[in-house]
Design a protein around this ligand. Structure first.
Ligand code: ZN
Length: 170
């Protein structure tokens, strides 16, 4: 197990040394798929997950389906990502590695401050600034090399509304 200090520059700020991310929990698990429709049988029929909604994230050229498991007020969510174009990062991922586990997203507060602290700590980032994710959240990806091969997303949920499908105009 790595201690939090393992990725932190000892010359960083006090906040960075404590933990630049300070993850509050797992927000969701991202899974790359060729077709959302083809997955419903498995996630609903076999796993018994609750289908929540489908949303298009144009900046990433993906359609995203959310499924929830467990308590309705604090579920574990699965985010299935279907490319809408061959240029989508998800299309490129599937081309190289096939369908499957794509990323793990952690809930954070003050995502912009987290990214600054990570940058100062020398952690490789894909996104140095937060961008719009699904359901009105702010997201940013760490480079998979910074997290030992696991693509890692930080997710700051929209302030009013903890569900992914509440009142978002996709
Ligand atoms: Zn995600």
């Amino acid at each position: 197990m790595n201690s939090p200090e393992a990725v932190v520059n000892p010359g960083g700020t006090a906040a960075a040394i404590a933990s630049p991310v300070a993850a509050k929990g797992v927000n969701h698990i991202g899974i790359a798929v060729r077709s959302l429709d083809e997955q419903r049988g498995f996630y609903e029929g076999v796993l018994g997950a609750r289908f929540e909604c489908i949303e298009e994230v144009k900046s990433q050229k993906v359609r995203v389906a959310f499924y929830a498991l467990g308590p309705t007020d604090n579920p574990v969510r699965l985010e299935l990502l279907e490319p809408t174009s061959p240029e989508s990062p998800i299309a490129q991922f599937i081309e190289k590695r096939g369908e499957g586990l794509h990323h793990i997203a952690y809930t954070v507060s003050d995502i912009a401050g987290r990214l600054t602290a990570l940058h100062q700590a020398g952690v490789r980032l894909i996104d140095e600034y937060p961008r719009a994710g699904a359901h009105g959240s702010l997201i940013a990806f760490l480079h998979s090399k910074a997290s030992n091969g696991v693509l890692t997303e930080l997710c700051e949920p929209r302030r009013n509304g903890n569900g992914p499908c509440t009142g978002h105009a996709a």
